[in-house]
Design a protein around this ligand. Structure first.
Ligand SMILES: Cc1cc2nc3c(=O)[nH]c(=O)nc-3n(C[C@H](O)[C@H](O)[C@H](O)COP(=O)(O)O)c2cc1C
Length: 198
């Protein structure tokens, strides 16, 4: 299903076409495509090139998948069960160099996810990121070191039939994508003053 962003200015089609589906088909995700996703994540920029991101990936039917699935809140379990791939995204919270807290670990880990997201879009794959999961349980399940924190779960696959979703979710699946206007978040002079530069 297509849900093109209704943009005010022309942007890359990978960005306009991407959205977060909840209906996945059971087509397996090819190994080469998975390799490309993580290659894309690998080349994300990060503060001091710390590359604090870590992915734990499972395929439907394996133990990793089951353990990730078990961390999801009920709402997410309702639909994520159709995704052929689930991955847990975690970040190292301390600098590998200084051993001190790395204030940018979340920012950088998110950027790696963004890189992966657009590579997925370019390869015809779809993904849906989730904050609705038990990070502590995930940490224990996968023996995350004490200075690492799980931050999201990502469901990945090819799109499936929205008609097979729970009726409440079908509404969300077809709802138009919405965003704030750029004037509400791009400022000059002082916070809150829309910039005249754009
Ligand atoms: C960090 C993060 C956490 C999210 N958590 C959830 C979630 O727990 N469950 C869910 O159904 N969607 C979740 N989403 C998806 C967002 O709701 C979705 O990206 C947003 O509504 C914009 O829609 P779009 O991606 O289709 O443009 C999450 C997205 C992000 C980036």
């Amino acid at each position: 299903m297509e849900k093109q962003a209704n943009t005010d200015h022309p942007i890359h089609t990978l960005l306009t076409n991407r959205w977060s589906p909840r209906a996945f088909g059971n087509r397996k995700v090819e190994k080469e495509k998975l390799q490309r996703l993580f290659e894309a994540a690998r080349w994300a920029p990060s503060a001091s090139n710390e590359q604090p991101w870590y992915f734990i990936i499972g395929q439907a039917g394996d133990d990793t998948y089951r353990k990730i699935f078990e961390t999801l809140v009920e709402f997410n379990q309702l639909w994520a069960k159709t995704a052929p791939v689930l991955m847990l995204l975690a970040g190292k919270t301390k600098s590998g160099k200084s051993g001190k807290h790395n204030p940018w670990w979340q920012y950088d880990t998110g950027q790696a996810a963004a890189h992966l997201t657009f590579q997925a879009a370019s390869d015809g794959l779809w993904l849906h990121q989730m904050g609705g999961f038990d990070a502590e349980k995930a940490g224990k399940s996968f023996n995350l070191p004490e200075d690492h924190t799980a931050i999201t779960v990502i469901a990945l696959g090819y799109q499936g039939d929205a008609a097979r979703l729970h009726p409440n979710l079908q509404k969300l699946e077809i709802a138009e994508r919405e965003r704030k206007n750029t004037r509400t978040f791009v400022f000059s002079n002082t916070f809150g003053e829309p910039s005249k530069l754009i």
